[in-house]
Design a protein around this ligand. Structure first.
Ligand code: UTP
Length: 289
């Protein structure tokens, strides 16, 4: 079985939930504490063993690519000033993985964004990271999925339980648990953003996938669906009767950083990892409660 070495990070969406902040700044560059959220994603990819990350970007998104490039004049200036720790932080993003970039000329949907990277993936399995979904986990979420791929040779998506009233915000999957591992679901039904009364379960797909390259054929045969966009979920549903699709109930906590409330919570979660900063937050809260 071929190993998973490459990942696609689709980042060409409009970010309308974050306007006006995203009028001129890509939402993936909004910071979680002091790192752009896209850096947390690429750090997860590197920690999972991914070697190549393909960023799918569009108009107004070039800052994302610059963030993962070297910045010789800034690096020289920090070096001359003896600011070694800051220098390491500045250099770090350019050393994590090999970065390539493809453009999606029109935002025709997540499925279409993935098709835009097909020529850089070739005939290999690959991971997909949706940059809105930040996952804080003891073992990187993508690594968990890659382990399932290595054990089973089947495409696998990350799943989590959501409240029934939230099902209309997600792709919802249903199917039996594997006899030997109750975190694995053999997906039999998959519906993009169902109404509450249509939802086959409360198991939501979140933004980590490991996919067989057969998905590209399914994407090519997928017509625009919800929102008139080519939906990845619809192409995944086409895999059910062919190559098959697993779900993995991942270990870890997921934050929707594409939504204002989720973004604030993600900032608090990552602030908590810095004791001095967290004491400042706690003191601020204590003074007001
Ligand atoms: P979303 O629909 O959640 O992201 O797409 P969005 O369009 O940026 O955000 P809102 O809803 O308007 O606030 C999920 C992921 O797919 C990417 C987005 O960048 C996001 O990472 N995407 C979506 C594309 O790359 N291209 C598209 O045409 C659509």
């Amino acid at each position: 079985m071929k190993p998973v070495r490459k990942a696609i990070v689709p980042a060409a969406g409009m970010g309308t939930r974050f306007l006006p902040a995203t009028k001129a700044i890509p939402k993936e560059m909004l910071p979680i504490v002091n790192k752009p959220s896209i850096q947390l994603i690429v750090e997860e990819a590197a920690a999972s063993g991914i070697e190549d990350v393909i960023l799918v970007t569009g108009r107004g998104k070039t800052d994302i690519v610059d963030h993962f490039d070297a910045h010789p004049s800034l690096e020289d200036s920090l070096r001359r000033a003896g600011k070694e720790a800051l220098l390491q932080e500045v250099v770090r993003p350019s050393k994590l993985v090999r970065i390539s970039c493809v453009r999606q000329q029109r935002p025709l949907g997540l499925g279409h964004a993935i098709l835009c990277a097909q020529h850089l993936i070739g005939d290999e399995p690959f991971a997909v990271f949706l940059p809105d979904d930040l996952v804080d986990a003891p073992r990187p979420c993508a690594r968990q999925l890659m382990d399932v791929w290595e054990r089973t040779g089947k495409s696998v998506v990350a799943l989590m339980e959501v409240p029934r009233e939230d099902v209309a915000n997600y792709g919802i999957a249903a199917g039996p648990r594997a006899a030997d591992d109750d975190r694995i679901v053999t997906i039999e039904t998959l519906i993009e953003k169902p109404r509450i009364d249509e939802a086959p379960s409360t198991l939501a797909v979140v933004g980590r996938y490991v996919l067989d390259p057969a998905i590209f054929q399914h994407l090519r045969h997928t017509n625009p669906g919800r929102g008139d966009e080519i939906q990845l979920t619809d192409a995944l549903a086409r895999m059910l009767g062919h190559e098959g699709l697993l779900g993995w109930l991942f270990e870890g906590e997921r934050f929707d950083a594409g939504d204002v409330a989720g973004y604030l919570l993600a900032n608090l979660n990552w602030a908590r990892k810095q004791p001095r900063l967290w004491r400042t937050v706690q003191a601020w809260v204590a003074a007001r409660s």
